[in-house]
Design a protein around this ligand. Structure first.
Ligand code: HEM
Length: 416
């Protein structure tokens, strides 16, 4: 089989088949497609080793912009300038300094303390749904993670909807590597930067216990600059919105397609944590982490050259049969779900992992009561394809099946 289409958005549609074939026949595969040359790595052990290998660095926005002709680079100058202040945009020392600082705020205890607030946001959004036919992506799963990030920063509720617009524009960077999608992303980035500048001034006058105020204290100590605060606000929204929305959407879809698992969860809600981790493993995460090789070295049987790009497949690792028995099966009682790779590993391990888990646990807990039985109108699902996140759902139409006795899940609906 030729694997040259693997990075095309359309390959997301039959990604299991392609990745399984690569994993079995060419686990370290050198892809040459047009101008692109780079490695596709698909086995759990390889991906795990390379995520922890300091000879690989993250590719950043600036790297793509630099690959464009001069005239196009000029059009993206604002984005290029701001991106150097991001967590991953200014080298290892900057990354460590900023990540250590953010980790002080993102403690397990603090994120747990956000649980009631997140539960309340979810409850309020569900309370607005008045019919049994509704679009859960529009009503809940797509906006909620953006609202949570707005809350985390300390933005007032009247502004939460703005974060959806900022995010929708910025996601262009992950959908297509083209000038147009980057120009749109730049617009979103600059709009959010203006908003953040304003919010920073408000928080200087009226500090609270939210992230921006915490960062302003660090700024006063000389540990972070205002540009870094602004840029990383955008990084958080980009990293934490669509990823979490898609975990929720794909999770709902996967549980719908495995009604026996939904029933099991309904009957034993102590399985919720394991269910969320299994959903991350099975269907929730991104396809790839991208890296760039910084020096020549031999990795297992292949020669890595400085400057080459490496695509590490988190998704294929999560379905590696050497680590997960019957990997394509959704099994909410699987024993080793905590080994999933959806948040990556090593220095760039997801900063928002705990937050995403809390959000997903709260949402699924409430959905068990809100729609103990449900159908998905498959024909009217709307999504776009992305080489990073696979299908990104814009619309996920649900029909809630409410029996008089909603405590019982109807076994007829549950046949697999
Ligand atoms: C289901 C939801 C999520 C998934 C699947 C996810 C996945 C990931 C992955 C795979 C990485 C590593 C990228 C790499 O190796 O290059 C990452 C990094 C990151 N994530 Fe998440 N993420 C999620 C939610 C969040 C949330 C809610 C936030 C913040 C509010 C967040 C913030 C970040 C940040 C800041 C990084 C960069 C860390 C670094 O470079 O050191 N993520 N995420």
């Amino acid at each position: 089989m030729e694997f040259t289409t693997i990075l095309n958005p359309e390959s997301s549609l039959n990604v299991n088949e392609i990745l399984e074939e690569i994993q079995t026949t060419s686990p370290r595969y050198f892809l040459e497609q047009g101008n692109f040359k780079g490695w596709i790595i698909t086995r759990f052990d390889d991906v795990s080793a390379l995520l922890k290998d300091s000879r690989l660095t993250t590719g950043n926005v600036g790297a793509f912009i630099q690959s464009l002709p001069e005239s196009q680079q000029r059009q993206l100058q604002d984005l290029k300038t701001l991106s150097q202040y991001s967590l991953g945009g200014g080298g290892k020392e900057q990354h460590k300094r900023l990540k250590d600082l953010y980790r002080e705020y993102f403690t397990h205890k603090y994120i747990e303390s956000m649980r009631p607030e997140i539960a309340q946001i979810c409850q309020d959004m569900l309370a607005n749904i008045e019919t049994d036919d509704f679009d859960i992506a529009k009503e809940l799963t797509n906006p909620l993670p953006a609202y949570v990030i707005a809350t985390l920063l300390g933005a007032p509720q009247k502004d939460w909807h703005l974060f959806i617009d900022f995010s929708r524009k910025m996601i262009g960077m992950f959908v297509n590597y083209t000038l147009e999608s980057y120009l749109e992303a730049q617009q979103g980035f600059m709009a959010l930067a203006d908003y953040s500048r304003n919010l920073i001034e408000i928080k200087r006058q009226n500090p609270d216990n939210k992230l921006i105020s915490f960062l302003l204290k660090a700024e006063a100590r000389g540990e972070i600059s205002v540009d870094e605060i602004i840029t990383n606000t955008a990084v958080f929204l980009m990293a934490g919105h669509e990823t979490t929305s898609q975990l929720l959407n794909k999770g709902i879809h996967a549980l719908h397609n495995n009604p026996g698992q939904w029933k099991k969860l309904y009957e034993d809600q102590s399985l919720i944590e394991n269910t969320v981790r299994e959903l991350l493993r099975h269907s929730g995460g991104a396809l790839w982490s991208r890296r760039i090789i910084t020096e020549d070295f031999t990795f297992n049987d292949v020669e890595f050259k400085q400057g080459q790009m490496v695509f590490l497949s988190l998704y294929a690792s999560n379905r590696d049969a050497n680590h997960f028995e019957n990997p394509h099966e959704l099994d909410i009682e699987r024993e080793n779900t905590q080994r999933h790779m959806a948040f990556a590993l090593g220095a760039h391990y997801c900063l928002g992992a705990q937050l995403a888990l809390v959000e997903a646990e709260e949402v699924f807990k409430q959905l068990l009561h809100f729609m103990p039985q449900f159908e998905i109108d498959e024909k009217n699902i709307d999504y776009f394809l992305s080489p990073l996140l696979r299908a990104t759902y814009l619309s996920l139409p649900i029909q809630r099946v409410m029996n008089k006795n909603t405590d019982m899940i109807n076994s007829a609906v549950l046949e697999e």
